[in-house]
Every structure is written in C-alpha cells, then in structure tokens.
Design a protein around this ligand. Structure first.
Ligand code: ADP
Length: 434
C-alpha cells in the first residue's frame, strides 16, 4: 500500500514536471501538482473524520489505497470492542441474575460502609428499598449496637445474629466479607429455623433435667436410709453403696445440665456485681484442702488484690470446675496450683497441675458438651463431661476466654482470661495494703 501511495505521489510530481517543461515555469507546475495531491489527501481526511464522528449513522466512506486500509483497521477494532463489550454486559447480567437468585441476602458496601448494591433477598430480609436506600450508610439502617460494634471491629470470622428492625420475629446471621481496597460484602442469612430448633433443644434439656431431678432425689433419699439401716443384710451393702454412688453421679450430671441450660438461656453479658476474687479463692482453697481424695499439694498464689465485676455464682462455678478437674486428674503425689494475677491488659486465673495431661489432638474439643478424653477414667472420678462447657460459657458471659495448655503425662494449665474492663479494684483492700 505504502509503495503504491509513494508511486502515486511520484507520478503526480512527474506529470507536473512534464507540464512545466512543456508549458513553462517548472516550479509553478510542480507546486500545482503538490497542492492537488495535498487537497486530495485533505478531502480523504475530512471524509474519514466525518465518518468517525457519525459512525453509528453513516457507512464507512469508500476510499481506496492507504485510506481504505486505515478504515478497514478502524472497523475491525470497533467490531472487536463491541464483541468484548457484549460479553462483559452478558457476564454482568448473569452475575446479577445469579446473585439475585441466591437464597441468601448480599449487600455490597463501599469503603464508607454505604450501600452500593443489594439483591432481592437482602431487600426482603432487611426491608431495604431501591433506590432510596442505595448510598445510605448500612449502620443507619441496622442500628442495633451489636451490629455497629461488629461493623467497626476487625473480627469477621463468625457471623453476628441479630433480630432485624423490620421483621422482629426473624433471626438473621450477618457476616462481613472484606474484599478489594476497603469494600465489603455483607451476607445476610435467615437462621430463624436453626435458632428455634436450638431453643427447643435447650428447653428440652432443661425440662428433662428438671423432671428427672425429683424422682432422683427420692431414690437417693431411700438409698441413704437403706445404707444407714443396720437391719439390712450384709450381702446388700455392696450393691447399695454402688447404687448410691451412681445416684450421686446422676445428681451431679443433672445439676451440671441445669447450670449449662441456665447459662445458655441467659442472653448477653453477665451482671456486674463486684466480687472479691481473692476471698473466693481462699475459700475454695480451704475446701479443697479438706477434701479426702486429693493430691498432696494444693497451692494458692494470690498475686493481685483486685476482684472482678461479674456473677459470683457463675465465676465460682467456673473456677471450681477447673480446680476439681485439676484435683481429679492429678495423682496423689502431684501438685495443683491456683494462681490469680492481673496486668495492664486484664485479669487471669489459672489452675496448673502436674497430672496425667491431655493429648494435643483432644485439646480443641475439650469444651464440647460430654467430651471426655478417657470416658472410663472421667466416669470413675465422678465426671459429667460438662464441666469445661460450663467454664467456657461462664467466661464468655464475662467477656473472657479459656486457654488450655497441656502435655500428656506432664500436666495441664487452664487459664481464664478476663478483659481489663471487668477488673474491680477493691478500695478498702488497696488502702490497707498501701
Ligand atoms: P469431666 O467431668 O469429665 O471432668 P470436663 O468437661 O470437666 O468433664 O472435662 C472434659 C475432659 O477434659 C475430661 O473428661 C478430661 O478427660 C479432660 N480434662 C479436664 N481437665 C483436665 C486436667 N486438669 N488434666 C487432664 N485432663 C483434663
């Protein structure tokens, strides 16, 4: 094409030169030939420019040579762009259709937590309306304090369960999924059915335990009377002793089940009664020393005079469970050490023993209900398998958590962590010690 274009230019100039030679001044005929060529090129450029501007309305100009080639390339580029655009639009439509059909609600949030887009299900569950709610901050629409706290926090591993503002009979699980540069997806799932089933399960356990309690008290009472009755044949002494032990075990399981149901059914945080933890631990220490079947050494290290704001009953139950476990799973020549201390981050209670320890693979599951490392050994020592589940719940209600470190055959350390806001600095005791 380019050779042809150059040949055409050369042809015009030669024609101008010939005419100049024949008809006089050469430069004038050469200039005229060059101007003619330039005018023709400008005319082509004008047609190309007009077509590019009005591409959607007029057909491409029919220009030959180099101009035809340029127009052909523009047409090809345009077609390719159209093709990609169509594919993108199709993909976008499919994406929107599939997210709209999701059984879960999806809300796209901007970096400022403003609603960018939401699907039909999110609109239904949260009562969102298009277009009025687009652009609004999501915490202005869902105003529950837990959600605002969750949205501005940085732990989105677990969903948050809320009652929505519009349909208060529902339970919704909200989970934030951050992506890109500060944007996030808010997933909304209706968990009403699961929550109802869970509530039914809890009620059932609580009611069953409650109903079993009365007949068991009667049986235990008769067994106690029989055990103390001198007229009973000696051959029955052994079976009656066993029956009494089993009845006591059942009583312990029922008491733990009721305690767990109570903890589970009380929503939210534990109350904030001021509790003198050092005194409570001294009392527990005295009782432990008085128990018959215990390791040789039970030590109490009180490194802080501070107490806690919380529920006396729940904390005592949690600490006692840990101490009783320490005693239960440590041989008679071992040591169990209770420790209470605080630092600028919080308060801590730990029970350290050098007992049988726990194999590493069992540690993550210890706080599950009825989970036992060695069911036989636990039963033999009067364990219900519910103790650590109670500890976990009680600590959660105090904003705390349980840490378990253990080496099989060497011993275990169970540490309760409490946040700084739960520490109660006891005024009288601080003044006296100063
Ligand atoms: P249990 O009533 O059986 O002791 P828990 O919930 O209190 O139930 O504890 C669960 C399991 O964790 C126990 O069965 C036991 O296997 C293990 N465990 C708890 N504390 C200790 C400890 N201090 N040393 C060794 N094993 C322990």
């Amino acid at each position: 094409m380019w050779t042809f274009a150059l040949a055409r230019l050369a042809g015009i100039l030669i024609a101008g030169l010939c005419l100049g030679l024949l008809l006089g001044p050469i430069w004038l005929w050469l200039l005229a030939a060059a101007c003619l060529y330039l005018a023709w090129q400008l005319a082509n450029l004008y047609r190309l420019d007009r077509w590019l501007r009005l591409r959607s309305q007029i057909d491409p100009p029919n220009l030959g040579g180099i101009w035809g080639d340029v127009i052909g390339q523009v047409v090809r580029l345009h077609r390719r762009k159209q093709f990609h655009k169509q594919r993108l639009v199709q993909l976008y439509r499919e994406l929107r259709r599939s997210t709209a059909a999701l059984p879960d609600g999806v809300i796209i949030l901007s970096t400022q937590s403003e609603i960018v887009w939401f699907n039909r299900q999110a609109a239904r569950l949260l009562g969102l309306k298009r277009p009025v709610d687009v652009g609004l901050r999501v915490d202005n629409l869902i105003r529950s304090p837990e959600f605002v706290h969750y949205l501005h926090g940085d732990d989105f591993a677990m969903p948050l369960i809320i009652r929505p503002p519009v349909q208060a009979e529902l339970y919704l699980a909200l989970q934030l999924v951050p992506y890109g540069a500060g944007q996030s997806l808010l997933l909304v799932r209706d968990v009403t059915r699961q929550m109802r089933l869970e509530a039914m399960r809890k009620d059932f356990v609580a009611n069953a335990s409650h109903e079993l309690r009365t007949p068991l008290t009667v049986i235990s009472g008769y067994l106690d009377t029989l055990a103390d009755d001198p007229s009973i044949d000696d051959a029955w002494a052994g079976p009656i002793r066993d029956m009494r032990a089993q009845a006591q075990r059942m009583n312990a399981i029922i008491a733990d089940l009721l305690e767990l149901s109570r903890l589970e059914s009380t929503d939210g945080e534990a109350p904030r009664e001021p509790i003198d933890v050092p005194s409570m631990l001294r009392r527990m220490h005295r009782d432990a020393l008085a128990s018959a079947d215990r390791p040789r050494q039970i030590i109490l290290d009180l490194e802080s005079d501070d107490g806690l704001f919380g529920s006396m009953q729940e904390l005592e139950s949690a600490f006692t469970n840990l101490l009783v476990n320490g005693i239960k799973y440590t041989l008679s020549e071992g040591t169990v050490r209770m420790r209470w201390w605080t630092d600028p981050e919080g308060a801590y209670f730990s029970v350290v023993d050098n007992g049988i320890g726990i194999p590493a693979e069992h540690i993550p599951r210890l706080t599950e209900r009825f989970y036992r490392v060695d069911a036989g050994r636990s039963r033999e020592r009067g364990g219900s398998g519910l103790g650590l589940a109670i500890v976990k719940h009680a600590l959660q209600r105090h904003g705390g958590w349980l840490d378990v470190q253990s080496t099989e055959g060497k011993g275990s350390t169970f540490t309760c962590h409490f946040p700084q806001q739960r520490i109660w600095q006891m005024p009288v005791r601080t003044a006296a010690s100063a």
